[in-house]
Design a protein around this ligand. Structure first.
Ligand code: NAD
Ligand code: UDP
Length: 334
């Protein structure tokens, strides 16, 4: 059985769908701090399959142990954690406690129950100001500009230390680039609380007239049109990367690190134009000052994941825009 922490969340729910489609037995834990119960029903509707669920905080060691006692768990995918960059600057302790103490509690319980296969959601943010573009996994990491990013950096270090102390652990660290879009059914998707920080959810809310206009944070970067360039990846492609990571752990032993991105860099203006073209909706925007901590360009070299995991992103920017909009349309937020 595969334990998925944070399985009701955005990336977790899409991954649970792929796992169930692959015929895997899945257990989800979540405390709904950033998700809804309804998502669990939507997963069942999409897949026509059932799975076990525990509503618990993964910092609650006693309740977490109960999950390990009651089930024969083989591997764990850890999505649980807080992820809002801006909020992490205001509430650093909440982020360090939830993300780092959470991961530590989980790893310690895994150790006790001799479950030693672990897949971790890291982020391209660990590269800080990238050493080179496209970014390969051996680029230096560090220089994170906010506590959220630093939690990812520290957890990566904890995993490396753990592996060094006991190489019977098998660990995959996945460094996600910019996940966007949603499942084609429109039943699950991204629903940030309050005003979104990330580009795609913001574009979608401007297009649906919940927000007036997009502020483009800077048009004087050293990029093709002056706006920031990122590697947007469809969340379903990303979810499939986790299936490949588990397959890797089944056949090979070690600690492995992979970028999950498309290898393509798109600017903020590319995003706006593609979204408008695909959906027929207008996205009014204004040019605003640069956002603190932002870098000009960030995109991956995904060669290692292709070679070693036999994984590669297949969906286009058009698919990402279409599916992000489809979710909003299907959920009555137009
Ligand atoms: P999300 O907030 O949608 O999902 C996280 C889930 O974890 C939520 O359902 C939340 O309720 C749950 N959770 C949080 N704290 C918990 C706790 N203490 N106990 C139990 N459940 C808890 O976020 P997401 O976008 O799906 O991201 C999943 C993971 O991927 C996170 O670790 C995130 O940092 C990482 N990541 C996300 C992105 C992105 O852009 N979305 C990029 C890189 C890495
Ligand atoms: N961005 C923007 N306006 C927004 C949100 C984001 O111009 O309202 C830009 C941001 O400066 C960056 C890109 O869009 O160049 C992606 O930002 P996001 O926050 O989605 O991802 P990250 O910066 O974490 O890669």
């Amino acid at each position: 059985m595969i334990l998925v922490t944070g399985g009701a969340g955005y990336i977790g729910s899409h991954t649970v769908v792929e796992l169930l489609n692959e015929g895997k037995d899945v257990i989800v834990i979540d405390n709904f701090s950033n998700s809804k119960k309804q998502t669990l029903d939507s997963i069942k509707k999409i897949t026509n399959k059932d799975f076990k669920f525990y509503e618990i905080d993964y910092l609650d060691r006693e309740k977490l142990e109960k999950v390990f006692k009651e089930n024969q768990i083989d591997s764990v995918i850890n999505f649980a954690g807080f992820k809002a960059v801006g909020e992490s600057v205001i509430k650093p302790l909440d982020y360090y406690i939830n993300n780092i103490s959470g991961a530590l509690t989980l790893l310690d319980v895994m150790k006790k129950y001799n479950v030693k296969k672990f897949v971790f959601s890291s982020s391209a943010t660990v590269y800080g100001e990238p050493e080179k573009i496209p970014i390969t996994e051996d680029c230096k990491i560090g220089g994170t500009t906010n506590p959220y990013g630093t939690t990812k950096l520290y957890i990566e270090q904890i995993l490396k230390d753990l592996y060094k102390s006991d190489n019977t652990w098998d660990i995959v660290i996945l460094r996600y680039f910019n996940p966007v879009g949603s499942h084609e059914s429109g039943l699950i998707g991204e629903e940030p609380n309050g005003i979104p920080n990330n580009l795609m959810p913001y574009i979608v809310r401007v297009a649906s007239r919940q927000l007036k206009e997009l502020s483009i944070f800077g048009n004087d970067y050293d990029t093709k049109d002056g706006t920031g360039v990122r590697d947007y990846i469809h969340v379903v492609d990303l979810a499939k990367g986790h299936i490949k990571a588990l397959q890797k752990l089944e056949k090979d032993q070690g600690l492995f690190i992979y970028n999950l991105g498309t290898g393509n860099g798109y600017s903020v203006l590319d995003m706006v134009k593609t979204f408008e073209k695909v959906t027929g909706k207008k996205v009014p925007y204004k040019i605003a000052p640069r956002r603190e901590g932002d870098i000009a360009t960030c995109y991956s070299d995904p060669t290692k994941a292709k070679k070693e995991l036999n994984w590669e992103a297949t969906k286009t920017l058009e698919d990402m825009c279409k599916d992000a909009w489809n979710y909003i349309e299907k959920n009555g937020k137009k």
